[in-house]
Ligand binder design. Structure first.
Ligand SMILES: Nc1nc2c(c(=O)[nH]1)N=C([C@H](O)[C@@H](O)CO)CN2
Length: 125
């Protein structure tokens, strides 16, 4: 398995438990790593892999449309999008709110999951 990574993806999202966070979207930062078949590298064909441009577009579109109370729930939603829509076998994601609390640059959640009980491989560098 190969791994695609997307770093420091900034997305406007509706997330948070406070009224101000329900009244307006805020910027969140995503770092994503997901498994893709080795076949793409063998055949040099985008049809054999997961198109990361489409992943980014779908995440932006979905997060613009719904509100989550918890960053954990938002993270689970993105993981399931990768599993169900793109067929990723394994996903690691880090999602952070930026500057949402005084004296804290970033706060958020890490999630690492394998689809259908798939055992995650050793964490890639
Ligand atoms: N475990 C969590 N704790 C908190 C969350 C969260 O999503 N998960 N969210 C908030 C608020 O929305 C916060 O971001 C506002 O400062 C507080 N705790």
């Amino acid at each position: 398995m190969d791994f695609i990574f997307i770093e420091e993806l900034r997305v406007r999202a509706w997330v948070g438990i406070y009224p101000r966070e329900k009244a307006a979207p805020q910027m969140v930062e995503l770092n994503l790593t997901f498994g893709v078949p080795d076949a793409a590298a063998e055949h040099d064909d985008i049809a054999d892999t997961i198109n990361y441009a489409e992943v980014i577009e779908r995440i932006r579109a979905e997060l613009a449309e719904r509100h989550f109370n918890l960053i954990e729930t938002l993270g689970e939603f993105v993981v399931n999008l990768l599993f169900e829509e793109f067929g990723a076998p394994w996903v690691k994601i880090r999602i952070a709110k930026i500057g949402v609390m005084q004296g804290v640059r970033r706060v958020g959640v890490y999630i690492q999951r394998g689809r259908n009980g798939y055992s995650p491989p050793p964490t890639p560098a």
